[in-house]
Design a protein around this ligand. Structure first.
Ligand SMILES: [Fe+2]
Ligand SMILES: [Fe+2]
Length: 175
């Protein structure tokens, strides 16, 4: 896993200005477009699942873990927005199976929550590690436009941040 540096992960929801929105894909080869579309759809689906996992892991307890879960949920909602916007900028629509991933995420979140705090943290680490690998694969194999590549790098840096936060909380819950 290669961690990207230079991204401020304390920014949960980066600012977007009207000029940041562009129509994309003109003049690109069909092979390049096809790989970008596959990447965007997959990431949009995975991020949708991440939101639903965290949403269903949050409990009513007043503690640092819940505060971090809410923060992570918001961050994942930003990631969903990132890829949804890029899909439409390219003239595409999200993948059709995303509803199933939403349900899968809710189930994963719900059952991990039933099994307790450590299971919640371990599920988070497991899912985020898989996400980081997927980002690595797509950053290496797809010829992104520059703006979209930067989104992938920032969002991957956020996922590393989530892994680190859950690991820290797991450590402190041992004590
Ligand atoms: Fe994410
Ligand atoms: Fe994440």
């Amino acid at each position: 896993m290669q961690e990207k540096i230079g991204y401020d992960i304390s920014i949960v929801r980066p600012q977007m200005r009207s000029d940041d929105f562009q129509m994309r894909g003109q003049g690109m080869s069909s092979a390049r477009l096809k790989s970008i579309r596959k990447g965007l759809r997959t990431l949009h689906t995975l991020e949708t699942m991440a939101v639903s996992i965290y949403k269903s892991q949050i409990t009513k307890k007043v503690n640092e873990h819940n505060r971090q879960l809410i923060t992570a949920m918001c961050n994942e909602m930003t990631h969903v927005q990132d890829f949804l916007v890029k899909l439409y900028e390219y003239g595409w629509k999200p993948g059709k199976l995303r509803g199933m991933y939403w349900i899968a995420g809710s189930l994963l979140g719900f059952f991990s929550q039933l099994m307790g705090r450590r299971a919640v943290l371990k599920t988070g680490i497991w899912v985020e590690t898989a996400a980081v690998h997927r980002y690595d694969e797509f950053l290496e194999t797809i010829d992104w436009d520059e703006a979209t590549r930067k989104i992938l790098e920032k969002d991957q840096a956020d996922e590393y941040g989530h892994i680190n936060r859950w690991k820290e909380l797991l450590q402190s819950s041992k004590a």
